[in-house]
Design a protein around this ligand. Structure first.
Ligand code: FES
Length: 276
């Protein structure tokens, strides 16, 4: 387990867990999964951003006949997570899985040296085995926020449809304080796992904090508005959200909210975590 600087879970697992311990985990959540029917999958990962991509890679290779192209950046071979697994998969699926390793601190023969940037991304996506039409591919990006922002913008400018570009952030640089200008209390009705409960809370608290403070088992993970684990449906009342890199405008219009970023505006709210 690689320990990441400021990584809550990797620090916990490295320092507090020993062989033989048991950990209770929830089912996988989030929206960074293979979507749509396009026949070619392209993934761009940097460092530990490979983690969700590995699941997608195995899903595509073992369960579909789609091709998978991976551009994967690291400092060096030594710091490359899943290196041997990726090489094994490449051998096993030679006609469908193509990988390009990019190293930033060491020039390694037959691999790329430098960084993935908005200016070289289209060159990076040229594979010798090129069988795909870039504009008809699904692209998945996971890595540092700046890289994701720059590359996705560049791809959009290059003609890719926004809906075919997916990304996942590990954290958000937006540090708006979740301070509500509203005052007073709010009555919130939660529905989670077919169970409904009504609680009174301060409008200064996020909806997620209100749920957790009342032992309501609302789903969540990052608590920072980037993972989408805490999506609920607002069926009554009004909230305002601060950080949101997950929901689209139309989803917000449909009533979806990120509970970890939502603060009550109205005096009563109904939030359904089952109907999302
Ligand atoms: S818990 Fe991750 S977006 Fe709310």
């Amino acid at each position: 387990m690689k320990k990441l600087e400021n990584g809550l879970m990797s620090s916990f697992l490295n320092s507090s867990i020993k062989v033989g311990d048991s950990i209770k985990v929830s089912e996988p959540r989030g929206r960074f999964t293979i979507q749509g029917n396009l026949n070619c999958i392209i993934a761009i990962a940097a460092g530990s951003g490979i983690t969700p991509i590995m699941s997608m890679l195995k899903q595509v290779l073992f369960n579909t006949d789609k091709n998978f192209y991976l551009v994967y950046s690291n400092k060096s071979e030594k710091t490359t997570m899943f290196l041997s697994q990726i090489k094994e998969l490449k051998n096993q699926f030679q006609s469908r899985f193509f990988v390009k390793f990019v190293f930033t601190s060491k020039d390694v023969a037959s691999h790329h040296f430098g960084r993935i940037t908005e200016t070289n991304i289209f060159d990076m996506l040229k594979f010798p085995e090129n069988k795909f039409k870039l504009l008809q591919s699904s692209i998945y990006i996971c890595g540092p926020e700046k890289m994701i922002d720059n590359i996705s913008l560049s791809l959009e400018k290059g003609g890719l449809l926004k809906e075919n570009i997916s990304y996942e952030l590990f954290s958000s640089s937006k540090k708006d304080n979740l301070v509500s200008s509203e005052s007073g209390d709010v009555l919130v009705t939660f529905t989670v796992d077919d169970f409904t409960s009504k609680v009174k809370s301060s409008k200064k608290k996020t909806i997620l904090d209100t749920a957790l403070d009342n032992d309501i088992d609302a789903p969540y993970s990052c608590n920072g508005g980037v993972c989408g684990s805490c999506i609920g449906k607002l069926t009554k009342g009004e909230v305002k959200m601060l950080n949101n890199t997950v929901l689209t405008e139309s989803e917000i219009e449909d009533g979806l909210i990120l509970a970890c970023q939502a603060l009550a505006v109205s005096d009563e709210l109904d939030i359904d975590f089952d109907d999302v």
